[in-house]
Design a protein around this ligand. Sequence first.
Ligand SMILES: Cc1cc2nc3c(=O)[nH]c(=O)nc-3n(C[C@H](O)[C@H](O)[C@H](O)COP(=O)(O)O)c2cc1C
Length: 128
Amino acid sequence: MSKEYVLKDTDFLVSQTDAKGNILFANDDFCKIAGYTIDELVGKPHNIVRHPDMPKDAFKDLWDTVNRGEIWTGYVKNATKMGGHYWVYATVYPSIACESGECGFLSCRRKPSADEIADAERLYKTMS
Ligand SMILES: Cc1cc2nc3c(=O)[nH]c(=O)nc-3n(C[C@H](O)[C@H](O)[C@H](O)COP(=O)(O)O)c2cc1C
């Protein structure tokens, strides 16, 4: 079991990607909790924080949803640079600039409750 960072109530993690999922921006909470400097994140694919326990199908659903122009919400277990992990409840959505041809995506993440994490853990064990 890797070490868990349990988000504080006030933690709010934001990141922005281009159309392919390469990171354009991450806020301080994101950088601090994931354990990277902003320079280590910008330009990298967002799967830099992917945790191996996350089912592929969750991300397929995320991408299918945002590429349709819709909002995806869900629970995500992410890996930290130091080999720990943290759970978030994420809202992922296309940037408004999509209409002008400059498509990108944003994700805003808050602390999930312990019950929500337990439910997501159970669900993700049944998915591939
Ligand atoms: C705005 C945005 C935020 C994302 N945030 C995360 C994240 O926090 N953790 C994560 O593992 N994948 C995140 N993804 C999905 C990744 O782009 C990627 O699909 C996922 O990590 C699975 O990696 P793979 O596609 O290489 O299998 C995000 C995608 C977008 C568009």
